[in-house]
Design a protein around this ligand. Structure first.
Ligand SMILES: [Zn+2]
Ligand SMILES: [Zn+2]
Length: 94
């Protein structure tokens, strides 16, 4: 078991597709902001996709589409993820 899996288990996060302990998290856009989505080792999107905010209609983690996710995610820099997770509304830089 990797350290990454231990961290996910201690946080209680489970895969959105199969409910085993998650190893990857990404954000999905909702009308209220964003919500976290979790994937296990089998149902993880690529690292590049996990760093972005996905469309509300994004089907990930859909096993038929992985490691792609089925939407065109917003190109959010990884360094903005923490602020994004805490802010109710994300404003695009101009
Ligand atoms: Zn899974
Ligand atoms: Zn997506």
């Amino acid at each position: 078991m990797s350290d990454l899996e231990l961290v996910a288990q201690s946080a209680g996060a489970v895969c959105s597709a199969c409910s085993v302990p998650a190893v990857v998290q990404w954000q999905r856009r909702t009308t209220d902001g964003t919500v976290p989505v979790f994937g296990c080792g089998r149902h993880a999107v690529s690292i590049d996709l996990a760093a972005r905010v996905h469309a509300a209609s994004c089907p990930a983690p859909d096993e038929a589409l992985l490691p792609a996710c089925g939407c065109t995610p917003e190109p959010v820099p990884e360094t903005d993820l923490m602020a994004l997770a805490q802010a109710p509304v994300f404003t695009w830089p101009t």
